[in-house]
Design a protein around this ligand. Sequence first.
Ligand code: IMP
Length: 427
Amino acid sequence: MPATILIGAQWGDEGKGRAADWLARDSDAMARYAGGDNAGHTVLVGSQKFQLHLVPSGVVHPDMICILGTGMVINPLRLVQELDMLYQQGVDISPDRIRISARAHVITPGHMALDGAEERMRGGESIGTTQRGIGPAYADKSARTGLLVSAMLDPEKFGDSIQQSILTSNTILEQRYHLPPVADIDGKAAEYTEAARRLAPYITYDIPPLVNQILERGQRLLCEGAQGTLLDIDHGHYPYVTSSSATAGGALTGLGFGPRYVDRVVGVAKAYCTRVGNGPFPTELTNEVGDRMRQIGVEFGTTTGRPRRCGWLDAVILRYAAQVNGLTELVLTKLDVLSHFEVLHIAVAYDLARDRITEMPLDTLAMYEAVPVYEALPGWQTDISHVRRLEDLPSNARRYVERIQELAGVPITMISVGPERDQAILC
Ligand code: IMP
C-alpha cells in the first residue's frame, strides 16, 4: 500500500521537514493537505537551505511530483515568492511537477487584516496566531463565502473578487472592530491579478484523480502534514489550535483518497517539547532550563521568528498523538540538544485535583491545570552529533530513546542528532 502520512505529534515545529526529506527518498510524489503559510519547513541540502511555507518539501528532490491539496488555504503572493525563491536556488518549478488544487481556498488581504483584528479583540486570551489570515480564510470556507483557487484561472476577474473580498472585510474591520480599513484596494487587486497570471498554469481541478492514479500505479505518495496534532481544530485544545485538520485524517479529506491506501503513519516528535502561541503546555519550563533549551535548540519560529516556549518531553501527549493518528512509527528529532543537560525528565502522567491520570484531558481548562508527573532519567552529557548507529549512542541516550518508545507504544525509526541531512540514526 503506497501512501505514507507524516504528521507532527506535538504542537508543530517538530522538524517534519527533516523527516519528510528522509521519507522523500522512497516517494514519487509529495502533497501538502492542510494549512497554509502559517507552516514553515526548513530543509538543508548540503550548503543550501530551503525555507518552505506552502510548497511540499519534496520539491528539492528532482522528478518528484508536488501537490498543494484541496484542504489548504493559499496566499497567492506568498506562493509566487516561494516559487521565485526556489527557482533562484536552482529548483525545477515547472507546472508539470507542481500542481495546485483548484478547490483549495485563497487567503486575501482582508483575511490577514481580520486575523490581526480578531487577535486584538481576544486581548489576554489571544491565541497567538501567525497572523497569516488562516482562521478567517477557513471561516469563509466553512461559511461557503470563500474564494476558491480556481478563481485565479481568470486573473482579471480574480482581481475583482479580491477587491470585493477586501471591501467586505473592511466593513467588518470598521464597523465591528473600529479599526482602519485595508488601504490601496486597487494596488492590491493588481498585485493579486499578477500573481494569478503566474499561478494559473499550476492550477488543476484534477487533484483526486491525480492522487488516486499515483496510488493505483503503486507509486508512493508522501502526505506532508503541517502544524501538529495538538493544534488540530478538532483534536487540539480549542480554541488554542489552528483552523485545519492537522492530524492524519486530514490527509484523506484534504487530498481525496481513501484509507485503504495508507500503510505508514509517521509521527514526528522533538526529544523535548516546544510550542509557539498561547494555550496549555503542562511541561513548559519558564525558567533557566527552558531558556537553555531555547538557546541550544535555536527555538525561534521559522514563520514569525517568535521565541518558542520550551519544556520537557511529554509522553502523555505522545500517547494521544499515537491514538488519534494511528501512528505506526515515530521520528525523534533534536536528540543532540539534550546532550547539555545533566538530568532529563519525561512526563508520564498528570495530577489533576485529586486524580492521577495517564490519558490527556481534552478539556482545555483541565489541560491548563494538569501538573506533570515526571520520571527522571540521567543525561549523557557528551556530544552525539557524529553518531550514526543506535548502538553507538551513549547508554543513557539509548535508555532515553527506549523509554520514549515504551511510553508512546510506537517504535522509533529515525533519530536526528544534528541539523545536517546525514546527522541521523536509522533504527
Ligand atoms: P494560526 O494557524 O496562524 O491561526 O495560529 C493558530 C495557532 O497555531 C497559534 O498558536 C500558532 O502559533 C500555531 N501555529 C500555526 N502554524 C504553526 C506551525 O507551523 N508551527 C507551530 N505552530 C503553529
